[in-house]
Structures are given as structure tokens and as C-alpha cells.
Design a protein around this ligand. Structure first.
Ligand code: BGC
Length: 246
């Protein structure tokens, strides 16, 4: 089965058709940079442009960087605040004219990793973090997923994502060691509460894991994500399929 996966991020929206039986992209992804904050309607139009680019007529799965309850968007830490309270499913379904399923972006990325990537065949307690503009988080246990908001845990008096997101490393020009040490403190806190057996680190920066994993000393097994930038797209498509069979 084929689903168009769309990943909405802090600086771009991107999508591609996904074969959900293999987790493979069926075409090169189409990306629209969003250097300025888009309003919900503009973002929905961008999603429609992605669907039009692939002449898509089937189901769409979308990952959004905020809390999603049902189809409703409840938070928008790094995007336009006008998303808060929106019926996200209606918004994107209206713009694309196609059936839409919506989930949190990190939950989507985690789904892809657990099914086809770094967490494949792992049935224990896994924590996936995505380090990008913000910090996304999701827990898995015996194949069930639990989207979290661990990026908003307080660390040194601020949201942890303002200390350890990949965007912070870049903005503050932190060395790998400086940033890695911050991340290690954050992981220590998370481990004391959650005691995961496996921690998967995702986000584009996970491609450079050899530069910072040496500063991380968790109890759990630590692995980089395998999908890198495609996890959100693949996972959003998987989510749409999951919702169809609910
Ligand atoms: C949002 C999360 C999201 C994460 C990564 C956070 O600011 O609150 O919902 O998963 O950023 O995009």
C-alpha cells in the first residue's frame, strides 16, 4: 500500500510517497523551505503543493511538531501560534481534498525507526528523541507508542529543547563537547524517570553521531536513527495506515 508521508518541521515541509510495506520512498522527496513562519492556511497550501507535485490521489499521513489530540493541534512551540486549537485533520484534508491522518512528528519518526530502522524487532522499552529545531520524544513498549513532550522538561530554568536541540548547537556555536555534555545531563534526567532499555537519537544531526556519542554515557543502549531525514515522512505514512486499521 502507498501513502503520501508529509513531515512538517521548524524550517521546512517535505513529503514523498511511501511504500508502507517496505518503508521505502517511492520517489525523491519534495521539500518546501519555510524560513518564515507560515500561517495554518499557508502550511495547508504547502501540503497541497506537495500532493500536487506527486499528482497524489490517495491517503496522506502528516507529522506535526506539536501535541495532537484526535485531529486537534494543541501546541505549536516552534511554529505559528495560530495552529493552537486548529482541527489539523480538517485543515489539511480541505486543502488537499484527500483523506488525512495526523500525528506528532517525533511519534512519526519513532514509528519508522521501530518498524524498519534502529528499533526493528525490539519489543522492550525504547525512547526515541529527535534533535532538530526543537526536541521531539516518543516512548515505545511492546510495540505501542506514547508520544511525549520531553523537550519541554525544565533544564537550567528553561525548556530543555532551548539547551539541547540541534538548532541551539548551531545558533550558539557550541562545540561537540559542550553540546554533548548538555545532552548527556538531559539524558541522565530522562533515564532516571523513564529507565528505557534503548535510546534512539534522530534528527539530521544523528548522521554526525560519531562526533557526540562519545560524550553521552547513558545506562541504556544508545543508537543513532537509521532513517535520518526520512523518518518523519516514512512514519507519517505508517501512522495513516495504522489509523485506517484502528
Ligand atoms: C514540540 C514537539 C515536537 C518537537 C520536535 C517540540 O517543540 O513541542 O511536539 O515533537 O518540538 O519537533
Amino acid at each position: 500500500m502507498k501513502v503520501l508521508g508529509i513531515d512538517i518541521g521548524g524550517s521546512a515541509i517535505k513529503g514523498a510517497p511511501v511504500d508502507i510495506t517496505t518503508g521505502r520512498l517511492l520517489a525523491g522527496r519534495f521539500k518546501i523551505e519555510t524560513p518564515l513562519l507560515l500561517t495554518p492556511l499557508e502550511m495547508a497550501d504547502a501540503a497541497a503543493m506537495i500532493a500536487a507535485h506527486f499528482r497524489w490521489k490517495g491517503p496522506i499521513g502528516i507529522g506535526f511538531p506539536g501535541v495532537i489530540h484526535g485531529g486537534r493541534i494543541l501546541t505549536s512551540a516552534n511554529l505559528d501560534k495560530k495552529f493552537i486549537g486548529c482541527d489539523g485533520i480538517k485543515l489539511f484534508a480541505k486543502a488537499t481534498g484527500l483523506p488525512v491522518a495526523l500525528t506528532n512528528d517525533a511519534a512519526a519518526a519513532g514509528l519508522a525507526e521501530m518498524k524498519f530502522g534502529a528499533g526493528k524487532d525490539f519489543g522492550g522499552k525504547a525512547l526515541m528523541l529527535t534533535l532538530g529545531t526543537g526536541v521531539g520524544s516518543v516512548l515505545f513498549f511492546r510495540g505501542s507508542l506514547f508520544p511525549c513532550e520531553l523537550g519541554h522538561l525544565q533544564m537550567d530554568g528553561r525548556d530543555a529543547e532551548k539547551r539541547v536541540a540541534a538548532s541551539v548547537k548551531q545558533r550558539k556555536d557550541l562545540s561537540w563537547k559542550q553540546w554533548g555534555s548538555r545532552l548527556n545531563c538531559y539524558l541522565e534526567t530522562l533515564e532516571d524517570i523513564l529507565w528505557p532499555e534503548l535510546i534512539i537519537i534522530g534528527g539530521g544531526i544523528s548522521a554526525k553521531h560519531d562526533k557526540f556519542f562519545k560524550f553521552l554515557k547513558p545506562r541504556a543502549k544508545l543508537v543513532p536513527a537509521e532513517f535520518l531525514n526520512e523518518a518523519g515522512i516514512v512514519g507519517a505514512a505508517l501512522w495513516a495506515d495504522k489509523e485506517r486499521h484502528r
